[in-house]
Design a protein around this ligand. Structure first.
Ligand code: BTN
Length: 242
């Protein structure tokens, strides 16, 4: 176990899923925990999908105790922190967030996040970043890429450390200002498709509308003839050039 900026980091060569293993460490109160693995055999993605875990990439989960009222802020914070780091590593790249929390470089997905409830009051955020490999199977519904492919060279360990530092800094700013307003504004600067037409697919239901932003809870705001819908979960498809 290593410690970095108040976070306890547990490192494994191989696990089923870091989101599962981290639950074993959530017994003591008030810990900030990271489980990092070099490989996952049962990596999970959002909406019941599999997360293809190719060696050389970064797979980690963070667990911390939070007030449920702060959950949305925390999720926004994670996506924003990763976008900022990736942009700093190579400012030439177009770095965007695709709601809710996919990070895109030059229009292709490089990272995804999976939020789950942990034991006690812990919340678990699992993050996967394609560093040197990216899945290219035909059943993948989005274009994918890796940091290496976009001219960024960094080791999984250093990227993890950058993330923790950026996350801590953003979290302090956020807690200092007492609401999600500034955080949402920073997130929106990276958001792909603001003011454009989107299609959101939830199971077998599809909703179309204009992407107006996100609310303070992180819900997607989609405006159509029915008014403004606040959408909690779903897959976003861009139906208009951005
Ligand atoms: C998605 O975009 O669908 C979310 C992907 C989340 C993948 C990460 S990798 C680390 C953690 N462990 C998992 O099993 N999933 C998350």
């Amino acid at each position: 176990m290593a410690e970095y900026e108040e976070w306890k980091i547990y490192c494994y060569d191989e696990v089923t899923s870091t989101n599962d293993v981290i639950k074993d460490y959530c017994s003591e109160p008030k810990q900030k925990i990271v489980v990092w693995a070099k490989n996952q055999t049962e990596g999970r993605g959002r909406l019941g999908r599999r997360w293809q875990s190719l060696r050389g990439n970064l797979f980690f989960s963070c667990a911390l105790e939070i007030d449920m009222a702060d959950l949305s802020g925390l999720v926004i914070l994670c996506g924003l922190s990763l976008c900022q780091i990736i942009k700093e590593l190579n400012p030439q790249n177009l770095v965007q967030i695709k709601w809710p929390n996919d990070v895109l470089i030059n229009e292709a997905k490089v990272s995804g996040m999976l939020l789950e409830k942990g034991p006690n009051d812990y919340i678990i955020i699992g993050i996967g970043v394609n560093i040197i490999n990216y899945p290219q199977a035909i059943d993948i519904i989005y274009k994918t890429t890796s940091l290496q492919h976009e001219n960024i060279t960094i080791s999984p360990e250093n990227l993890l450390k950058c993330f923790i530092s950026k996350f801590n800094a953003n979290k302090n700013l956020w807690q200092h200002c007492g609401n999600n307003e500034k955080l949402v504004a920073s997130w929106l600067k990276f958001a792909k498709g603001i003011g454009k037409k989107l299609l959101v697919r939830q199971n077998n239901v599809e909703i179309c509308g204009m992407f107006q932003g996100i609310d303070a809870n992180g819900c997607l705001l989609l405006e159509n003839e029915q008014g403004v819908c606040h959408i909690r979960a779903g897959d976003v498809f861009y139906t208009e050039e951005n």
